[in-house]
Design a protein around this ligand. Structure first.
Ligand SMILES: CC(C)(COP(=O)(O)OP(=O)(O)OC[C@H]1O[C@@H](n2cnc3c(N)ncnc32)[C@H](O)[C@@H]1OP(=O)(O)O)[C@@H](O)C(=O)NCCC(=O)NCCS
Length: 419
């Protein structure tokens, strides 16, 4: 029986963190045990973050966590906004669908707006959840699977000078974080991984399975001068049917500073003995792998999905922070926001790779909801596709021009992080 008792949404105290972590783990259907020691390890990461709970008496029936962290936006290295990163969103199955998520997320978005944070960012557990709060799917990830062994047809210049070492995850701590940060800085939507996340990922933080994690295989690519230029982290899933193997090598992290390093890593991955398929998840939409293959039809699947969702909170600040490649020109844009946080009408002037948004009362050329503009903001989701779906309205030429202006290369990068 839980119908009558009042539920209070408020900040979580240090003494409540264990129950809070257990509640979120339960709702995510994760049977793993959360101990006081785990919470102790997490605590430094939670410092400075906002941990919210929905409490029914002492019982935690809802969890929510957010923190401000820079997010690269289109424009190349140095173009970034402070974003309200949202995670650990759960409401107990006994308390769902009575508005607890709505209460937690609207308060958080409003507070972020008041702090002057122009964007919120999250990974959605299920796609139908966050559109109603003004989020749009802004970064996609694709799975690429290649039948192995597979030959490469083309090698970019310099690939022959890249050396590939077989190492273990724990060996990556010295080189991988800085390389990842450098790659991420040039890709919209690529969250820089915090130190504690690296320690966790590479099995260097104490935890239930940290020994096994530290020993997982990895590749480290170095250029002729010995500098780290690429990393691939993977696992193999061995499968036999009688005397025949059908073994999959799963790449769950691959990043490289250059096309040459990317090709050198793939050349190695596609030639490992006893491996029949190589599957890489969370690859960006513009991954060059299919263009490297001698037989591109060996790349199968290409299954894709939304990876990150964005939510604009301050349209002029967000548009002004990113770089623009598209044709110059002006447009009056009207944005509707059901939560009343980011709506308005502005004249956008694109000149010299920058946009200035000035409030106006002029008739709009393009009208959309905040979720549609948020989906297009990081340069990957075409505004014209959103218009074809009825999410953006306006004269076709005006929509096409704004769509071309918002587009950005390289595409957003769905690298995973400590969300
Ligand atoms: C998703 C979750 C947090 C929603 O919490 P909640 O308190 O039930 O949400 P609310 O009551 O505020 O729902 C608000 C609206 O969103 C809808 N909604 C919520 N979750 C939904 C889902 N998973 N799919 C479709 N609609 C959903 C509700 O039906 C409701 O619609 P209405 O306003 O038209 O009635 C909760 O169901 C949950 O913890 N699920 C499992 C964990 C999870 O997926 N977390 C999200 C990880 S990013």
């Amino acid at each position: 029986m839980n119908g009558g008792q009042r539920v209070e949404v408020r900040a979580v105290t240090e003494g409540e963190q264990l129950e809070w972590a257990r509640a979120s783990r339960r709702t995510f259907l994760n049977p793993g045990k959360v101990t006081a020691e785990h919470v102790e390890q997490r605590r430094p990461a939670w410092q400075g973050q906002r941990l919210t709970g929905a409490f029914e008496g002492a019982r935690v029936v809802g969890t929510y966590r957010s923190w401000d962290w820079p997010l690269p936006v289109p424009g190349g290295p140095g173009h970034q906004v402070l974003a309200d990163h949202v995670s650990t969103v759960t409401v107990a199955p006994t308390h769902r669908r009575r508005g607890l998520l709505t209460q937690m997320i609207t308060a958080d978005l409003r507070a972020a707006r008041e702090r002057g944070v122009p964007l919120a960012y999250l990974v959605a557990g299920e796609a139908p959840i966050y559109g109603r709060y003004g989020f749009g799917p802004a970064v996609s990830g694709q799975t690429l699977e290649v039948r192995a062994p597979a030959a490469l047809a083309h090698l970019p210049a310099g690939a022959e000078d890249v050396g590939v070492e077989l190492v273990q995850d724990a060996d990556l701590r010295a080189d991988a974080p800085a390389l990842h940060a450098a790659v991420a800085a040039g890709r919209p939507g690529a969250v820089r991984r915090p130190d504690h996340y690296w320690d966790d990922l590479l099995g260097l933080a104490p935890g239930p399975d940290h020994d096994a994690k530290a020993l997982r295989p990895a590749l480290l690519a170095r250029d002729a001068a010995g500098a780290a230029v690429g990393v691939a982290r993977y696992r193999t899933r061995e499968r036999w049917e009688g005397m025949r193997h059908d073994t999959v090598l799963e790449v769950h992290d691959l990043f490289a500073a250059t096309g040459a390093a990317h090709a050198a890593l793939w050349r190695h991955l596609l030639s490992v003995d006893l491996v029949d398929r190589v599957r890489a998840t969370e690859r960006p939409a513009d991954d060059p792998l299919p263009h490297l293959l001698h037989d591109p039809r060996r790349a199968i699947g290409g299954e894709g999905s939304d990876q990150f969702w964005a939510r604009l909170l301050d349209v002029p600040a967000a548009l002004g922070a990113r770089g623009w490649l598209g044709p110059p020109g002006a447009c009056v844009l009207e944005v509707h926001d059901p939560l009343g946080l980011a709506g308005g009408r502005w004249r956008l002037d694109l000149e010299g790779g920058r946009v200035v948004a000035v409030p106006t009362a002029a008739e709009p050329d393009v009208t959309c909801d905040v979720g549609a503009l948020s989906a297009a903001y990081l340069g990957e989701t075409p505004l014209v596709a959103l218009a074809a779906a009825g999410r953006v309205r306006g004269e076709a030429a005006a929509v096409a021009r704004l769509s071309a202006q918002l587009a950005w290369q390289p595409t957003a990068w769905p690298t995973h992080t400590g969300f």
